[in-house]
Design a protein around this ligand. Structure first.
Ligand SMILES: [Zn+2]
Length: 371
């Protein structure tokens, strides 16, 4: 059986939730519709004409890309220019395009973690914090005989996670009152009569990202027609989300030796290097894409080397002056997302015995060549 677009995107957003993206980033469905059966998914770094042709050839009607296919506001949709023709081709072949950009960079277990892993960085943490997760306290009142059912529903939906502990909650017994009005169908008590019930007050903590999922699960498990619950915003903050990663190599190596690790790990033939090749490297910062403006973060955390794409002349000079080395594998090094995303979605489809196929694009979208 094939699956629909929403199911595939639901899987993608478990990997890279939209709410972790940088503000104003162009993410999500950019072209076409997800309200259809998905005949195939093509995962790519960029969408260009060759990638569109590849999707048509493979019979894939959904493209998942890292870089936006519409990145400037459209003033017109003319088919006498290359971009317009690309949009026309995609629409004519009913190919939807979904973008997962900074949310994929920032996500725990996303692109920056893949890059850190490929470079042998241990205990990687966030290089540049973008935001911390908002936390809420959920309090719900449940009749005693439904206590366990509601508690299980809330905790199994992911509530109650504190550091390395999960399923944290607190319950106290007490007595609740209510008066069902005309037109209600009360679970206990009767219309017009003040009713007193032995209830349990359950309290637990939930992060922003799963707030609606937990509340839905709670409402589904709760026997009352009108559920009494409170949601308090907390001043405590949850997990830190951000761009880039920093950590340590298992053993110090020379910059020259580490260059080879970068080439192999990110599957690139050539890199640009700033700094002394004999310099010893232990602490490593990495940021996928164009990271010139994050050089100061890498300096701030005391990294020996910063790996990022699109390093410009003056940033390279700043790095030399600050005594940090830089390896630029090119922006296109982000291509490692293709196989990772393909694998993530394919595994989840197979788990559910869905036959929709996922393909990692074979098109090389690197615009530069070395001559
Ligand atoms: Zn990028």
């Amino acid at each position: 059986m094939l699956t629909n677009g929403q199911t595939v995107i639901g899987m993608m957003e478990r990997l890279a939730p939209k709410h972790v993206a940088e503000e104003g980033d162009k993410i999500g469905l950019q072209l076409g519709s997800l309200q259809k059966d998905i005949t195939g998914v093509l995962v790519t770094l960029d969408v260009n004409d060759e990638v569109a042709e590849e999707a048509i050839r493979l019979g894939a009607n959904l493209i998942i890309a890292h870089h936006a296919v519409i990145f400037r506001p459209l003033q017109h949709l003319r088919t006498d220019n290359p971009m317009g023709r690309l949009y026309e081709k995609l629409i004519k072949h009913d190919i939807a395009v979904y973008i997962s950009h900074t949310n994929l960079d920032i996500a725990e277990g996303g692109l920056n973690d893949w890059m850190a892993e490929a470079l042998g960085i241990q205990n990687a943490s966030v290089l540049k914090e973008v935001h911390t997760e908002d936390l809420f306290k959920l309090v719900v009142f449940v009749p005693i005989d439904h206590h366990q059912k509601v508690l299980d529903a809330i905790l199994n939906a992911g509530a109650g996670s504190i550091g390395h502990y999960s399923h944290c909650s607190f319950s106290t017994e007490g007595s609740g009152t209510f008066l069902p009005k005309e037109g209600t169908k009360p679970f206990v008590g009767s219309i017009g009569k003040l009713t007193q019930v032995e209830e349990v007050r359950i309290e637990t903590i939930i992060p922003q990202g799963i707030r609606s999922k937990v509340i839905q699960a709670m409402l589904k498990a709760h026997p009352y027609e009108e559920v009494a619950y409170d949601l308090y915003p907390l001043t405590l903050k949850g997990r830190i989300f951000g761009l880039g990663r920093v950590g340590y190599l298992q053993e110090p190596v020379s910059l020259a030796a580490f260059v080879e690790t970068v080439k192999m790990g990110l599957k690139v033939d050539r890199v640009r290097v700033v700094g002394d090749l004999n310099r010893s490297i232990k602490k490593v910062a990495v940021l996928g894409g164009a990271g010139s403006k994050f050089l100061s973060s890498a300096i701030f955390v005391g990294a020996d080397v910063f790996i990022t794409g699109d390093i410009d002349f003056h940033t390279a000079q700043d790095a030399l002056m600050a005594g940090i080395t830089v390896i630029d594998p090119g922006h296109h090094a982000e291509k490692i997302m293709k196989d990772k995303v393909t694998q993530w979605i394919q595994e989840r489809l197979t788990e559910k015995k869905l036959e929709t196929k996922v393909y990692s694009s074979a098109v090389d979208t690197e615009p530069f060549s070395f001559v």
